[in-house]
Design a protein around this ligand. Structure first.
Ligand code: C2E
Ligand code: CA
Length: 627
């Protein structure tokens, strides 16, 4: 039965109940009135008669006046001291009821009632003072039944019933529509909490819950369940080059295509960003090829967005229950890890491989740990000082991220930066590095050390439209001159997408930020190529610098690079300076800046500040240079 009908029936029943209750209360009150109020009136009448009698009247005098005061329904009688009825002369039948009443009660009780043959007799007895006589006034009326009562008030009660039924029907309708609206809102909120607003697919939590529930229903049944994850490969490029609305539309279309190839209870959900997770309830290792074909096949045809035809590829990672894990979070994590394994082997799809290699196994756990570390502020920024070889002053430092894992201890930056790049966490990490570095640099400036701080950017950061506005706002917030911030971008990152790199670097250059080419010499770019980019400095890769004493070739490369860079008006930084001999040789070659363990290893901010403090020369001379 619908809730609305239930409410209607309920309210009608309750309103009818209320009418019956009120009617019965009114009926008993009316009865009560006749049995209590009428005797009082009869008494008053008796009293009035007695006052009209002479003092100490005789029986005759009393009896003589009674008939004149009787009415059609009231009969007056006299009884003696024993309660015997001394009837009136006409001895009317209306006095008969008194014969049924115990004479003692007529004397002692002052009023009462009796019902005889459908008639109700209400009496009140009042003794005549100084005589043995008592006047009894008997009021006769038809017995008050419910039917009579209803005859009198049936019409108003009927009206009241109609009004209350109308009111309760109307109230029930209002309440029902209120409930319906509340239910709709509740359902909408629940839907929002469990679905991705963009694609309408279940979100990560909802899918995770479905996977766990499906596993729980298996109750030990070893039937396999596959958790798949698809990562869209060129999504970022599409998002960045064609705009977010194109990226959004692409995700919506991918979601529709995935839904179209799945049948309940199989389910697709949006994991996050450009990753979709799919639960296949009856799929085992043998079906992996056909799963990959079906799921990745959804991406094969072009996506039509804004009149353009876009092609996109995906990488599929699969984890199986119960082989790889028995809970949704671990299955999802392993499916995500399988994507990396597929990429590493240049495959489109891979089933999770339990790794014997301890380092790799740790790396898989590190994906989640890094996400948490960034959220919980577990990362630290260290600073490696840079020495100006032209005047032997400390001119700044390179900011290098450090992560001490609570269980595994320090994780090498190469390792976690790679994870950050693959998972997209690099955006958040770079944002944190820039914020911390700019704040630290501003702190140094405020204390009189006019230094430059370098921060490393990844290739992915060159695709981040929010990067330049972020740097601009940081510089403004900390009142730091833009020239005090150096961004280091590897040669390889720049050459991965030269057009995009150029556009992003030009924006940074317009802002006034220094641009440095990191690890120079390891890529295939020529200095001529770099001329087209707004570059300020190159950093010769440490592999050449460290070997320049032992290898004449490396020394020649370093020398030639310094010469060419100077010809192009660029400053040269040599990194990997591990001893005094290299430092001397670089100075002789005309290298501008040196960085390496010989000068100092990367250190926490406080230690870097202490080192600047020791270098009082730096403070004085930098201030002089600044003024
Ligand atoms: P990189 O940008 O080339 O950083 C210089 C690396 O060389 C640092 O390693 C530094 O400790 C090391 N180094 C400095 N002087 C010497 C020396 O004299 N001898 C030797 N053998 N090594 C020296 P680190 O700190 O382990 O960083 C490794 C790489 O991790 C960095 O290479 C950089 O590519 C990346 N990285 C570190 N922090 C960040 C960051 O915040 N963002 C990004 N995107 N990458 C970072
Ligand atoms: Ca660097």
């Amino acid at each position: 039965m619908q809730q609305r009908t239930k409410l209607l029936i309920g309210s009608l029943a309750s309103s009818l109940g209320i009418i019956v209750l009120f009617t019965s209360i009114a009926f008993t009150s009316a009865l009560d009135f006749t049995r209590h109020q009428i005797p009082n009136l009869l008494h008053d009448h008796n009293q009035h008669l007695i006052e009209m009698l002479p003092e100490t009247p005789s029986l005759g005098q009393i009896q003589a006046m009674l008939p004149y005061h009787e009415t059609r329904s009231d009969t007056l009688s006299v009884i003696d001291a024993e309660g015997h009825l001394l009837t009136t002369a006409d001895n009317r039948s209306s006095q008969e009821p008194l014969a049924h009443i115990d004479s003692k009660s007529l004397l002692s009780a002052s009023s009462g009632f009796a019902t005889i043959d459908d008639e109700e007799y209400i009496w009140a007895s009042t003794p005549v003072p100084d005589t043995p006589y008592t006047i009894v006034n008997t009021h006769r009326r038809p017995q008050t039944g419910l039917r009579d009562f209803m005859k009198h008030i049936g019409v108003p009660i009927g009206f009241a019933a109609l009004i209350s039924i109308w009111l309760s029907t109307w109230g029930a309708m209002v309440i029902a529509s209120l409930f319906r609206r509340l239910n709709e809102q509740h359902a909408q909120l629940e839907h929002q909490a469990r679905h991705d607003p963009l694609t309408g697919l279940p979100n990560r939590d909802a899918l995770s819950q479905t996977i766990d529930e499906t596993i729980a229903r298996r109750d030990g049944d070893p039937q396999t369940l596959a958790v798949c994850m698809i990562d869209l490969q060129q999504f970022k490029e599409i998002n960045d080059s064609l705009g977010h609305h194109c990226g959004d539309e692409l995700l919506r279309q991918v979601a529709r295509r995935l839904n179209a190839v799945l049948q309940a209870p199989d389910q697709a959900g949006r994991f996050y960003g450009n990753k979709f997770a799919i639960m296949l309830s009856n799929a085992g290792e043998a079906a992996i090829d056909s799963i990959a074909e079906t799921l990745l096949g959804t991406l094969e045809n072009a996506f039509e967005i804004d009149g353009r035809y876009l092609y996109i590829r995906g990488t599929l990672g699969v984890a199986l229950y119960p082989q790889h894990a028995t809970s949704a979070p671990v299955l999802l994590q392993k499916a995500e890890a399988a994507i990396f394994q597929a990429r590493k082997n240049t495959q489109n799809a891979a089933v999770f491989q339990a790794l014997d290699n301890k380092g790799a196994a740790e790396r898989l756990g590190l994906i989640n740990d890094l996400r948490n570390a960034l959220r919980d502020g577990q990362l630290e920024l260290h600073y490696q000082p840079k020495l100006d070889l032209r005047n032997h002053r400390l001119i700044g430092a390179e900011a290098l991220a450090r992560w001490v894992h609570p269980q595994h201890g320090p994780i090498p930056p190469d390792q976690f930066i790679e994870i950050a790049e693959r998972t997209g966490l690099i955006k958040e990490l770079t944002r944190w590095v820039l914020e911390t570095a700019v704040q630290q640099c501003a702190h140094c400036h405020a204390n009189g050390w006019v230094v430059k701080i370098s921060a490393n950017l990844s290739a992915i950061n060159l695709h981040d439209e929010e990067l330049v506005p972020l740097i601009a706002s940081l510089l403004e917030r900390h009142r730091l001159p833009a020239r005090s911030l150096v961004v280091e971008i590897t040669e390889t990152a720049m050459m991965a997408d030269p057009a995009r790199a150029k556009a992003q670097l030009q924006k940074l250059d317009t802002l006034g930020v220094c641009i440095s080419i990191d690890d120079f010499g390891t890529g295939y770019s020529s200095l001529g190529h770099l001329r087209q980019l707004p570059v300020d400095e190159i950093k010769i890769d440490k592999s050449f610098v460290m070997d320049m004493i032992a290898s004449e070739d490396d020394a020649s490369i370093v020398r030639a690079t310094i010469g060419l860079a100077h010809d192009l008006g660029l400053e040269v930084v040599a990194e990997g300076v591990e001893d005094e001999t290299i430092l001397q040789q670089l100075t002789n070659m005309g290298c501008d800046i040196a960085q390496g363990y010989h000068i100092a290893r990367p250190m926490p901010a406080a230690q870097f500040v202490a080192m600047l403090d020791e270098h009082t020369e730096t403070k004085k001379e930098n201030q002089a240079a600044a003024s």
